[in-house]
Write a protein that binds this ligand. Structure first.
Ligand SMILES: *Cc1c(COP(=O)(O)O)cnc(C)c1O
Ligand SMILES: [Zn+2]
Length: 397
């Protein structure tokens, strides 16, 4: 495998056993726990200048902190997204500065590309002929795109309620698509059955592959560098499985421990009231969520009733002194249209949970008047244009 010099291997977050990445490919061979890439940080000789001297052209410019070399990566220049200052939002929230990290500018329109570029690179390194996953939509589209680029077949299981753009583009990328009546859990069950039947399929599903949260770390590396290595006070993230939140928290600890930044930002999970298992667990002081009985939100990307990595998410929220917030679909869609109208930024419906959640946190007094708040816009509004326009129609506009 073409791994980077400091990459050591994979450590199980449950039993803490470590494994060689050439042999362990998915969950812990001993206990089934989630595997997390580890590095020999002491061997790394990276400074702020190391990264600043490189063109801002792809997330792979942080290759020292990723498992695979840039040369080996199945890449389309993903990442390197803009961090957009939003003065109107800052005024409304009564804080010093608000920035939106605009992940809609990725190859398939969402930050899922950061996870899939690393996961599909791993699949290629392991010699996989086929990759497979169940997804709410965006991850499936992204996997089909990267698999196509790598010359690997893809098998994507989507629930019937996932968006038209996702379904269409899986086909356009040449992926094999199975639409499963129902929601993400139903697609997951069909995927599990198919995996049992196909020994040669390589899973690129969240937290089954160790590499999706690893790729999403780069959202925080970029944010820190774009803020001249000044740690933002608060980061608000639209949370489903929490992959990106776990990744960014890991990245913040890495940069701090490497001496590139001074602090950790407070991380906040923003969810929709119709499916908020992380928020409920956080508020009840639990270490693990309880599955949400009747998920119901327009925000498909975060409609995850049973997020398997909730202990990691909850730990990140507490360790960073952050929090969790849920708002209604109505407030979320209002936030998407308001941000588009007043800041110009096109926020996906799911993503606007972070903007809406940040406003609710501001109202609750979570932020100080000089604070810097970063909101993750995880995907483009183009995929949700119908949902956002219909929201206006529901108001007679
Ligand atoms: C997948 C997705 C999310 C949720 O991501 P997690 O890291 O799994 O919590 C948020 N927004 C969009 C647009 C997504 O596609
Ligand atoms: Zn284990």
């Amino acid at each position: 495998m073409e791994t980077t010099p400091a990459f050591e291997g994979l450590r199980c977050v449950d039993c803490e056993e470590t494994f060689d990445a050439a042999e362990a490919t998915h969950r812990c061979p001993d206990c089934g726990g989630i595997l997390d890439p580890t590095y020999d940080y002491d061997s790394l000789d990276v400074t702020r200048e190391t990264f600043e001297s490189r063109r801002f052209d792809s997330m792979w410019r942080y290759e020292e902190l990723l498992p695979f070399s840039r040369d080996a990566a199945v890449s389309m220049g993903e990442g390197a997204t803009a961090l957009v200052e939003c003065p109107t939002l800052a005024d409304e929230m009564g804080v010093g500065e608000v920035y939106v990290k605009d992940e809609g500018r990725n190859p398939t329109g969402t930050f899922k590309d950061r996870g899939q570029t690393v996961a599909v690179t791993a699949a290629a390194q392991h010699g996989a002929s086929d990759v497979a996953l169940a997804s709410a939509g965006n991850a499936g589209q992204s996997a089909a795109a990267y698999a196509g680029r790598a010359g690997i077949d893809s098998h994507v299981f989507l629930p019937s309620r996932s968006g038209f753009a996702n379904k269409a583009m899986v086909n356009v990328h040449g992926g094999d698509m199975t639409i499963v009546e129902g929601r993400i859990g139903d697609a997951g069950a069909a995927f599990d059955d198919a995996m049992d039947e196909h020994d040669d399929w390589y899973s690129v599903k969240t937290f089954e592959t160790p590499y999706r949260h690893e790729g999403k770390k780069t959202m925080y590396y970029e944010t820190a560098e774009q803020l001249d290595w000044e740690t933002p006070d608060h980061v608000v993230y639209p949370t489903g499985g929490g992959v990106g939140l776990v990744g960014m928290h890991k990245a913040a600890k890495e940069l701090r421990d490497l001496g590139l930044t001074d602090d950790l930002p407070a991380m906040y999970a923003a969810q929709a009231e119709g499916c908020a298992p992380i928020v409920r667990a956080f508020q009840e002081g639990r270490d693990v969520h309880e599955p949400w009985d009747t998920p119901d939100t327009i925000c498909g990307g975060i409609e995850i009733p049973d997020p398997g990595a909730s202990p990691l998410v909850l730990e990140a929220l507490r360790e960073s002194d952050g929090g969790a917030v849920a708002t209604s679909d109505e407030a979320i869609l209002d936030a998407a249209t308001q941000v588009a109208a007043h800041e110009g930024l096109e926020m996906g419906a799911t993503c606007a949970a972070a903007a809406s959640g940040a406003s609710a946190l501001a109202e609750d007094g979570a932020f100080g008047e000089d604070d810097t708040v970063v909101i993750l816009n995880t995907g483009t509004a183009n995929k949700d244009a119908d949902v956002l326009r219909s929201h206006l129609m529901s108001k007679g506009i």
